[in-house]
Design a protein around this ligand. Structure first.
Ligand code: NDP
Ligand code: GDR
Length: 370
């Protein structure tokens, strides 16, 4: 039985990856942080009483800022594969806690690599590092000739998060070259799901769509509506992570759909899913979206009502304007193909949030900061 260790197991990707690896017959260990309230909602369904026989899913308390703890867990677990998904992953929040992000997202990666080396597991343990399209920074001139970012495009990170992740990228590559370790970067473009954190823009929009349609929220406040993102489904992307670690040679891969959509169009798509048509008017901070038609008799929305406004507090000091990835290498070498397009992704998220809001789930709508 193969043994995997996942950092960030309580997050969106950690939960889907744990499901995938359990389906494949792995023994899955996860590292979770101790929190004053429960933070395991996304993985509770995988947990079996540890007193039972044949338990294939185990959790360990730990933190990417704590080397000795990481060394102890890795020594105990002796993993065949480590997926380093743990991170402070919110780009806007990284401007508020830049040092912490450097420590967790940057040095945390080093701590994992060093732990494997110190324990002499270089030959046994393969390591996946959660790198990101934020490394590119969205600079127009750095796209390839076809207009995409690929494995050879230059990096220009635009946030403390991106800068910390660039350290993680390079230290992973360096350990591969210096110590012949099987360590790979997946340069993943944005991926979402019904389990996406509620302060990331897609989930904020789909939650608000449900709450506004059901009369539980008046208005959705967003930042930059012009940003463009290449959005895929997290379920597809964890499959790519696994494939990256199954190759003969360790390499880095871009994982993306190759299609980009603006925040404004995602808002339009999300409300269309519940039969609400919007018209956007005004510019920059004064832009609003009004209801022009409500085609679902279940939802009582007044025509002309403003239900989306811009609040500049959600702007970032430096923005990544456009991301679009070229998945040619992953399609060719990994045989990876995304199953979801952005429309199917959006539809699944809205339907899931409608069910949650109908069940009186209010989420974090009142105090969203991201
Ligand atoms: P989430 O924010 O949903 O999950 C992050 C996970 O990291 C959580 O389990 C969190 O624990 C954990 N974590 C945070 N700080 C620490 C710490 N100090 N020590 C140990 N664990 C910690 O992120 P995603 O699942 O969306 O992303 C997974 C990884 O992929 C991240 O590294 C992210 O930066 C990267 N990435 C994500 C993309 C995306 O679009 N989703 C795209 C490209 C890269 P807790 O639950 O306790 O907060
Ligand atoms: P991103 O995701 O920064 O790309 O990082 P996010 O969903 O936070 O933002 C995407 C774009 O939407 C714009 N935006 C808003 N964003 C948020 N969060 N809230 C708003 O109200 C809002 N209004 C507009 C942003 O300015 C941005 O342009 C995600 C994270 O998962 C990272 O960890 C990961 O590395 C990258 O994706 C790839």
């Amino acid at each position: 039985m193969k043994v995997a260790l996942i950092t960030g197991i309580t997050g969106q990707d950690g939960s889907y990856l744990a499901e995938l690896l359990l389906e494949k017959g792995y023994l899955v260990h996860g590292i979770k942080r101790r929190a004053s309230s429960f933070n395991t909602q996304r993985i509770d369904h995988l947990y079996i009483d540890q007193h039972e026989k044949h338990v294939h899913f185990k959790l360990h308390y730990g933190d990417l800022t704590d080397s000795t703890n990481l060394i102890r867990i890795i020594q105990e677990v002796q993993p065949d594969e480590i997926y380093n998904l743990g991170a402070m992953s919110h780009v806007k929040v990284s401007f508020d806690s830049p040092e912490y992000v450097g420590n967790v997202d940057g040095l945390g990666t080093l701590r994992i690599l060093e732990a494997v080396r110190i324990l002499g597991l270089e030959k046994k343990t393969r390591i996946y590092q959660a790198s990101t399209s934020e490394l590119y920074g969205g600079l127009e001139e750095n796209k390839n000739a076809a207009g995409f970012y690929d494995e050879n495009s230059p990096f220009y990170p635009r946030s403390p998060y991106g800068v910390a992740k660039i350290y993680g990228f390079w230290i992973t590559k360096n350990y591969r070259e210096a110590y012949n370790m099987y360590a790979c970067n997946g340069i993943l473009f944005n991926h979402e799901s019904p389990r996406r954190g509620e302060t990331f823009v897609t989930r904020k929009i789909t939650m608000a769509t449900a709450a506004i349609a059901l009369g539980k929220q008046e208005c959705l406040y967003l930042g930059n509506l012009n940003a463009l993102r290449d959005w895929g489904h997290a379920k597809d992307y964890v499959e790519a992570m696994w494939r990256i670690l199954q190759q003969d040679v360790a390499e880095d891969y871009v994982i993306a759909t190759g299609v980009t959509t603006s925040i404004r169009d995602f808002v339009r798509m999300s409300f269309a899913e519940v039969g609400i048509e919007l018209s956007f008017e005004g510019e920059a901070e004064n832009e609003v979206a009004k209801v022009v038609a409500c085609n679902n008799p279940l939802y009582q929305l007044e025509i002309g009502k403003v239900i989306v406004r811009v609040d500049p507090k959600y702007y970032r000091p430096t923005e990544v304007d456009l991301l679009i990835g070229d998945p040619t290498k992953s399609k060719t070498k990994l045989g990876w193909e995304p199953q979801y397009d952005v429309a199917a992704l959006c539809s699944e998220m809205v339907q899931s949030d409608l069910a949650l809001v109908k069940n009186n789930y209010n989420g974090q709508l009142e105090h969203i900061v991201g």
